[in-house]
Design a protein around this ligand. Structure first.
Ligand code: GMT
Length: 377
């Protein structure tokens, strides 16, 4: 199949999922066309089956806001026609599903019908999409998609509660390429980050408010009182400065390293002993799944789709949002006994294996097939 994928090219989870899915589909022989404003961060190589089309929005002094949706829908029209694309798969409803629908309408005028699959990722529903300013357009775009998927059961339920959705929403969870977390991966360089007797605790996110990075620092503060440890803060965003200030205020700045955005997530997870994700909400928690695939136990909150990923008492522990004390105690429990740590590490890997990319890609292929019949009815 020839598939056009629209996504955000940045470090966010939805862009990562879209890119990894496209690459996996390309490996299976599908022809993939990524259409977005910048080459996606995880898209290192363009090959025979992987193409990238950049959406340029020309500056014009009249526009206070550059009309990205307009440029995107025009680009979609051009690419779909030129490359005879079979399926349009948009990740993140805003504004991709909206622009996709416009492209579909324009194409129909020219006698071309193409199904649109919309994948909802979370913040497009929970944080942004439900705002009264966007809600009518988001509802419309969801209902005009030929197939709608959500990355967790929780996100599906949330979408049905928040929007008047007339479509069936199919749950296709996010996934992990277990090959990338293979056991013979030896390039860990743990010694660069910590002494042998110290544990390495990691947090990876976009440092937005919803991630509660202040809680990460507070949890780490309590853990390092009991266990020698270092904290790796990976990513960047608006709350980074607050977290940096807090670690200085708590006097642990020499134990907390802010690494910024990284393309070396695999290396970092390879030497991590524990992963903290105390988010306010999380439709899925892809970073937790990535950590689990490397055998890193997870201390997370129990909101959103997190319980579908992190199994309480198995791959890690779940706590109520802001329950810093309990999250710290759970972290200490896992790290303080090598046998317990080992068993949580093995469990984390086993749970992650359920999200094997090969199985999930098959589900998307089935969705693509079904989208043709949806279009015909
Ligand atoms: O919050 C983020 O990390 C970014 C955001 C995005 O849109 O990329 O992530 C959302 O989609 C990810 C991929 O499906 C999910 O793993 C994240 O849980 C979800 N974030 C939230 O729901 C807050």
């Amino acid at each position: 199949m020839k598939i056009a994928i629209v996504c955000y090219p940045t470090f966010g989870g939805s862009g990562v999922v879209a890119t990894e899915l496209g690459l996996a589909l390309a490996k299976k022989g599908h022809e993939i066309h990524f259409i977005t404003y910048k080459q996606p961060v995880r898209l290192a190589l363009l090959t025979k089956n992987v193409h990238f089309h950049e959406v340029n929005v020309p500056e014009y002094p009249l526009f206070q806001y550059q009309p990205y949706e307009l440029a995107l829908s025009s680009k979609l029209l051009t690419v779909i026609k030129q490359h005879k694309i079979d399926i349009l798969h948009v990740h993140y409803a805003i504004p991709h599903a909206y622009a996709g629908y416009m492209a579909k309408k324009m194409l129909k005028e020219e006698g071309i019908e193409i199904p649109m699959v919309t994948t909802l990722h979370g913040t497009d529903i929970t944080l942004v999409g439900s705002h009264p300013l966007y809600k009518p357009a988001v509802t419309f775009s969801i209902n005009k998609s030929d197939v709608v998927t959500a990355v967790s059961e929780n996100l599906k339920q949330h979408t049905l509660e928040l929007f008047q959705v007339k479509k069936t929403i199919e749950v296709i969870p996010n996934f992990i390429d277990l090959q990338k977390a293979h056991p013979e991966f030896t390039d860990c360089q743990r010694s660069q980050m910590a002494e042998d007797h110290e544990k390495i605790i990691t947090h990876i996110s976009n440092f937005r408010k919803v991630k509660r990075v202040g809680d990460v620092i507070k949890i780490f503060y309590k853990i390092q009182e009991k266990i020698p440890a270092r904290m790796l803060m990976v990513g960047d965003g608006p709350e980074r400065e607050i977290a940096e200030k807090l670690s200085r205020r708590l006097g642990i700045e020499d134990r907390v390293m802010f690494l910024g955005n990284s393309n070396e997530i695999e290396k970092i997870l390879c030497f991590s002993d524990l992963f903290l994700l105390p988010s306010e909400t999380e439709s899925f928690g892809l970073s937790a799944l990535e950590a689990m695939a490397f055998g890193v136990p997870i201390i997370s909150t129990n909101t959103g789709g997190l319980p579908e990923v992190n199994q309480d008492g198995v791959s890690g522990f779940l706590s109520d949002v802001a329950n810093i004390q309990q999250m710290a105690e759970n972290g200490i429990y896992i790290l303080s006994d090598p046998h317990i740590h080992k068993s949580f590490k093995a469990n984390a890997k086993n749970v992650a294996a359920k999200f094997n990319i090969h199985e999930i890609v098959k589900k998307y292929e089935a969705v693509y097939e079904s989208s043709f019949s949806n279009l015909l009815t």
